[in-house]
Design a protein around this ligand. Structure first.
Ligand SMILES: *[C@@H]1O[C@H](CO)[C@@H](O)[C@H](O)[C@H]1NC(C)=O
Ligand SMILES: *[C@@H]1O[C@H](CO)[C@@H](O)[C@H](O)[C@H]1NC(C)=O
Ligand SMILES: *[C@@H]1O[C@H](CO)[C@@H](O)[C@H](O)[C@H]1NC(C)=O
Ligand SMILES: [Cu+2]
Length: 380
């Protein structure tokens, strides 16, 4: 059939482009996005605004090419010196190592969302500049899959065994030492055996192990947990937060922090107790991390757009771990400000020492991307 053969030719073309770029070292040099010496605009002037889309709204060819490009980053030699992080081997590991290194500096702090916005942007930039990806960067719109039973969740096109991130791992019983803190409704725990990442190796971790125990990608999905924290009702209360401080707290599972928020809803809904996404340090090693965090970023941008442009400068929260303001108690650290520096170590795609600050990543249009569809609490 003519249609088939032209599709096949297009696939061959995409494979060739990605493989060529992936193996060409000249493309490994990060291109400074900014103009020369523009310390106030590290992202420079945008030649184009890249519009992010939901995974299933992206064309089949782009989805295919995205998975291929991600596998390129997973295979490409990294820049982290082995003398610093013995287990880091690939370009993907540069990103994971950065996350492990800063685990307790970039979670449960005010700059949690800014760091992860910048971090996710860096993966997008890497895919474009170092792996030849030209399609839209995907996000996972949780609402399409959660709160409607296990089958709906498991059958999401996100987990497609051919054109997706692969599914759950087979069930493993909860280890006795984890019994008290197992994620409710967990259903898996073993290695992912389908999809584009079934053969990938997680080099770093578990936990903060920089030598690393090379192992499979694992998932321990809990549709129940996702239904609790990733359904429309949770997003709605999140979007109703009156200021950034309150918004950040609810996203991260506050005010009590005994429960979860939309952030934990994705990590534990996918990673459960035994899966890669459930490991606070090494969770970016699951490629599903990026589509979850892109959607989290979309929720933040949606919230910013509800009172725009005022919320381009609405920022706050502690600058050190869990140091939230409690009336009557004294905080250990100052609050984070727009001048809070963010650094991505050897994963940096801008230019070493440019000095990116929270203020640089408050506006995604300055970072040359946008979302196709935003959320509004009034219609959730
Ligand atoms: C949202 O709905 C789920 C499922 O019914 C429920 O468990 C959860 O507590 C609700 N969350 C909020 C914030 O109302
Ligand atoms: C940090 O921010 C909170 C919320 O705005 C505020 O109540 C608190 O006083 C601030 N703490 C410091 C040390 O400035
Ligand atoms: C690890 O994090 C610290 C503090 O954030 C930073 O100074 C250091 O450069 C990081 N190391 C690497 C290799 O990224
Ligand atoms: Cu993180």
């Amino acid at each position: 059939m003519a249609v088939m053969s032209s599709a096949a030719r297009r696939i061959m073309y995409l494979v060739t482009v990605v493989l060529l770029l992936c193996s060409t070292s000249v493309f490994s040099v990060p291109t400074p996005a900014g103009g020369s010496g523009s310390s106030t605009k590290p992202f420079g002037t945008c030649k184009k605004i890249y519009v992010r889309k939901e995974w299933r709204d992206i064309s089949i060819l782009d989805r295919f090419s995205f998975l291929l490009a991600m596998n390129c980053i997973l295979a490409k030699p990294g820049r982290t010196p082995r003398s610093i992080y013995a287990g880091a081997k690939t370009r993907y590991d540069d990103l994971v190592a950065t996350h492990i290194n800063q685990t307790f500096e970039v979670h449960y702090v005010g700059h949690f969302l800014p760091f992860h916005r910048y971090y996710t942007w860096t993966m997008e930039k890497m895919l474009r500049d170092e792996a030849g990806y030209t399609g839209p960067f995907p996000y996972w719109d949780w609402h399409r899959d959660v709160g409607q039973g296990n089958a709906k969740f498991f059958n999401s096109p996100i987990w497609d065994p051919i054109l997706g991130f692969g599914g759950n791992g087979p069930y493993l019983p909860t280890p006795p030492e984890m019994a008290g803190m197992a994620v409710p409704g967990r259903t898996g725990g073993g290695c992912v055996t389908t999809g584009a990442f079934k053969n990938m190796v997680v080099n770093l971790g578990p936990g903060n192990d920089f030598v690393g125990v090379p192992r499979c990608l694992s998932r321990d999905m809990s549709p129940y947990f996702s239904g609790r924290y990733l359904a429309k009702n949770q997003t709605k209360v999140t979007l109703q937060a009156p200021n950034f401080y309150a918004f950040d707290v609810i996203v991260e599972g506050g005010p009590s922090f005994e429960a979860s928020g939309v952030h934990g809803g994705g990590h534990y809904g996918i990673g459960g107790t035994l899966g890669t996404m459930g490991d606070l340090y090494v969770s970016p090693a699951d490629p599903a991390f990026w589509v979850h965090h892109a959607n989290l970023d979309r929720v933040w941008w949606s919230w910013q757009k509800l009172n725009y442009p005022a919320r381009l400068t609405d920022f706050g929260g502690p600058s050190c771990l869990m140091d939230y303001y409690v009336p009557g108690a004294t905080q250990k650290c100052a609050n984070a400000t727009l001048d809070q520096p963010l650094n991505l170590g050897y994963a940096d795609m801008i230019k070493a020492n440019v000095g990116v600050k929270v203020r640089d990543i408050m506006n995604i249009l300055d970072m040359c991307y946008d979302y196709d569809v935003l959320l509004n609490p009034a219609t959730l």
